[in-house]
Design a binder for this molecule. Structure first.
Ligand SMILES: [Zn+2]
Length: 117
């Protein structure tokens, strides 16, 4: 019983480890893709077959993790309201859904590119 439990814990630990490794690999692939292909979270979601929420988490993580990198930055073309041209802050990588000025929902999504410093 105890041995079986220990075995199951080891399988779970291995799976967590494996998921962490594969997320890190996807993030490396996203960084290399964004060097040549400016993309929105929707573009990346299709390219990497990953949910938009997952991609937005990846972009947040990438932005934080390369902050101290001396050679590259994650540049963001901000989201913009297509009705009144309100420009959204780039503080968040998550796509806004509604304009705070005119309340329209036609928003050009933010796009991301990795550039040399
Ligand atoms: Zn607007």
């Amino acid at each position: 019983m105890l041995i079986q439990f220990k075995f199951q814990v080891e399988i779970i630990m291995f799976n967590i480890f494996y998921v962490k490794i594969s997320i890190a690999m996807v993030r490396e692939e996203i960084i290399s893709w964004l060097k040549d292909n400016p993309s929105t979270a929707v573009d990346l979601s299709k390219q990497f077959n990953r949910s938009q929420i997952g991609i937005e988490e990846d972009l947040d993580h990438i932005r934080t993790s390369i902050r101290d990198n001396p050679s590259i930055i994650l540049a963001i073309r901000p989201a913009m309201c297509l009705m009144c041209e309100y420009i959204f802050s780039t503080d968040r990588t998550k796509a806004p859904t509604k304009c705070p000025e005119c309340h329209a929902e036609k928003i050009r999504l933010p796009s991301f590119v990795i550039q040399d410093k």
